[in-house]
Design a protein around this ligand. Structure first.
Ligand code: MN
Length: 152
């Protein structure tokens, strides 16, 4: 039995041994968000079929508006905010849980006067996200609150 079980301790600014990374290395449709890859990317974690990340969005920031084939398993772990899910907008509070099904547009917003941090679990092997164009947004969202909230 390999003994590579471990505990990753919370520190004041993040997690012990985890260097926060840029949210994405390309694109501009996000703001003030960092990625903490907690489990699944390390050398000794290849047994995991999933990757566990925490994304921290500063007040006023947002994640990229995107869709993809792989689903997301999400829990809000700090703060509050809202999100676009398909053609709808939903408020989010700490410990709320979100399932984002395949091909569903999604974007997290820290727009309630607080930061928003969420845990997100994904398959290790997954497709790359696609970013919608204005035309697709008009088609999917029409003249809705979600369309007005969407940031590209
Ligand atoms: Mn996504």
């Amino acid at each position: 039995m390999k003994k590579n079980s471990k505990i990753i301790r919370k520190t004041e600014s993040g997690w012990d041994g985890i260097t926060p990374k840029e949210y994405k290395t390309s694109g501009t449709n996000f703001k003030d968000i960092t990625r903490h890859s907690l489990l699944g990317e390390g050398e000794d974690e290849h047994e995991l079929n999933m990757q566990t990340r925490v994304f921290r969005v500063k007040e006023g920031g947002y994640s990229s508006l995107e869709y993809h084939r792989h689903p997301h398993s999400v829990m809000i772990v700090e703060g509050k905010g809202s999100m676009i899910l398909g053609d709808e907008v939903h408020d989010l509070n700490t410990f709320d849980v979100v399932y984002i099904s395949p091909e569903t547009l999604h974007q997290f917003h820290a727009d309630k006067g607080a930061p928003l941090s969420f845990l997100c679990v994904v398959d290790r092997y997954r497709d790359k996200p696609s970013v919608p164009g204005e035309k697709m947004l008009d088609e999917v969202m029409g003249d809705s609150e979600a369309r007005r909230k969407a940031r590209l």
